[in-house]
Design a protein around this ligand. Structure first.
Ligand code: FBP
Length: 309
């Protein structure tokens, strides 16, 4: 990759308070794979074995039980990065060393315990991330959970610790818990609020679910109406989330969700791209499809993001 593009330089300029290590690793993420230099991202996240269990995650495409499979998929698809918990990365990082930037998810939650106020366990450290040669750490917060403050406080410390060794932090901002209704977890006001919280906690990259055309909080609803904040299309809603993330000065990427038809997923991606989203982080929709189909889908997703870059 010959030098940074103007777009990569522009994005890096928004992180001017950061040290050179953090910026270099952000640049590594932006300069890798099929979207290198565009400032757009397509990342493969595979923590669903932990989050949802092995059968729900991998039975639809059994080769995906193997940690090697995901590295190879991310490499062959030309993803900017591969994100996973400690166990998966340790199982295969050596074999694929240097072939794809890795993001170590530092906390994880299983779905075996049914609890009203969810909180993830810290399952790895910044030291693990540096030992494995990762370019970033990942951390999930659950705004809306009664346990959110413990997550916020732990995140603040981890951001600081990672920054000290030059690693940026990617925050999975996933609203859930007793403070929210089920539809509220993807409500446009709640997703935007969660993205803002992530930015305030020092996230360099924020990951959210595509928001729905629903406003959860009564007080926010009044403002959406009074100020005419459009929410009808996915592009409208993505635009609001991006604006809520330091006016677009933080990288915001959108997840894929449960496996759906190719057309439905690509429609979502078009909405994300049209609304100014920086990219997609697509797990189940990639690795639950047969490999060739997944490679074609990821290439199509990259094309959509490339066209608006
Ligand atoms: P998907 O594309 O499979 O939705 O993956 C994105 C992701 O953020 C994963 O990293 C995580 O395991 C999953 O979503 C969580 O999904 P949910 O909130 O539905 O449990």
């Amino acid at each position: 990759m010959p030098g940074a593009t103007d777009r990569v330089k522009q994005i890096l300029s928004w992180y001017s308070g950061e040290n050179v290590g953090v910026k270099t690793n952000l640049a590594r993420l932006m300069n890798h794979g099929a979207l290198a230099g565009t400032g757009k991202f397509v990342i493969l996240p595979v923590d669903q074995g932990f989050e949802h269990g092995p059968a729900r995650s991998f039975a639809p495409n059994p080769p995906a039980y193997d940690p090697d499979y995901h590295f190879q998929l991310a490499i062959d698809a030309g993803c900017n990065a591969y994100a996973a918990p400690l166990g998966s990365l340790e199982a295969a990082a050596d074999k694929f060393a240097g072939q794809v930037p890795m993001i170590l998810k530092l906390n994880n939650s299983d779905t075996l315990a049914k609890i009203d106020e969810p909180i993830s366990a810290v399952t790895a450290s910044v030291k693990d991330a540096t030992r494995l040669g990762c370019v970033a750490i990942g951390y999930t917060i659950y705004p809306g959970s009664g346990a959110r403050n413990a997550m916020y406080e732990a995140l603040r410390e981890l951001v600081r610790e990672a920054r000290d060794v030059g690693l940026p932090t990617i925050v999975w901002a996933y609203p859930r818990g007793g403070g929210l209704s089920k539809p509220g977890e993807q409500a446009v006001d709640v997703v935007a609020y969660s993205a803002q919280v992530a930015c305030q906690l020092g996230a360099h990259v924020v990951k959210v679910k595509p928001p729905t055309d629903f406003v959860e909080q009564a007080e926010a609803k009044k403002v959406f109406e009074k100020c005419g904040i459009p929410t009808r299309t996915l592009a409208d809603r993505v635009r609001h989330v991006v604006q809520s993330s330091f006016n677009g000065k933080r990288i915001v990427i959108f997840s894929g969700g449960e496996t759906k038809t190719t057309e439905a997923l690509l429609d979502d991606i078009r909405g994300v791209a049209a609304g100014g989203g920086f990219g997609s982080i697509v797990g189940r929709n990639s690795f639950q499809r047969p490999r060739e189909e997944a490679l074609k889908l990821l290439a199509d997703i990259m094309d959509i993001h490339r066209k608006v870059s």
